[in-house]
Design a protein around this ligand. Structure first.
Ligand SMILES: [Fe+2]
Ligand SMILES: [Fe+2]
Length: 257
């Protein structure tokens, strides 16, 4: 089974990057299953139904998310209707949407679990470690692969989580910081791990947005209008191939002028 796991895709620049790069990536890596994080798809903030449909056409199997999933109010109307769209599973139980799904592909069953960290996130979430245990106990006998998008700010929390689920999850990859980390590895019990896959979107940007207003925000402490940056594009992803007991992985980075 060949996976392409993509981090936060930022606004129109990110969507255009996907459109330009995916045909080439599909040709080279022949993925069976593609996941993207869609929390920043619509103007950098949240996701709309229109954008969901636009992205769905590209052959994406699952869209995970994070704290920004709630930014466009229409999400509350359609998140329950889209089994391919996930929000972090450790939001309290009364929150709309689902935190994991089981998807059938080429005769295999793949669970995708979306979780969010609690360190520096400022959101009263349930414990992502114990939430994983709960979901794992429910699904472990029903699936062939377990893919976890761990959306978090603190590298230490993501790192600890990787070791906590080592041997239970197939892959744990981080999202949310938008900056790729160069620490991809196979943990001792064969879980593939990376702290952050990095963004897909504008290369010359502050985590995907125009640097000018971001700098102004840091200089003044005042709220700013954050626009999605344009120009040179970057695509970041993790490729993982699991073939019986063989594991291959590769960090992919493609720049387009
Ligand atoms: Fe993000
Ligand atoms: Fe986020």
């Amino acid at each position: 089974m060949r996976f392409i796991l993509i981090g936060d895709v930022i606004g129109r620049t990110g969507r255009n990057t996907l459109k330009e790069v995916l045909p080439e990536v599909k040709k080279k890596y022949k993925p069976d299953f593609i996941v993207i994080n869609g929390e920043n798809l619509a103007g950098g903030y949240g996701i709309t139904k229109k954008v969901f449909k636009e992205i769905d056409k590209l052959g994406i199997d699952v869209i995970t998310s994070g704290n920004h999933i709630w930014d466009k109010k229409e999400i509350y109307q359609f998140i329950d209707e889209e089994p391919k769209l996930l929000r972090p599973a450790n939001y309290p139980p009364m929150v709309p949407g689902r935190g994991y799904g089981i998807y059938e592909k080429n005769g295999k069953y793949i669970a995708v679990i979306n979780l969010m960290g609690r360190v520096f996130m400022g959101i009263p979430l349930d414990c992502p470690f114990r939430k994983f245990d709960e979901i794992y106990n429910e699904i472990k006998d029903k699936v062939d692969y377990i893919i976890v998008d761990f959306h978090g700010e603190a590298t230490s929390e993501k790192n600890a989580f990787g070791y906590y689920v080592d041997g239970r999850a197939t892959v744990v990859y981080g999202t949310h910081t938008h900056i790729p980390t160069a620490d991809e590895r196979i943990l001792p019990k064969n879980t593939v791990y990376i702290t952050d896959v990095g963004l897909t979107g504008a290369f010359q940007s502050v985590i995907g947005i125009e640097p000018k207003n971001s700098i102004k925000g840091f200089l003044t402490g005042l709220p700013q209008k954050y626009d999605v940056a344009k120009g040179e594009k970057i695509f970041n992803a993790l490729f993982v191939e699991i073939d019986n007991f063989q594991i291959e992985m590769e960090r992919i980075q493609i720049k387009i002028l």
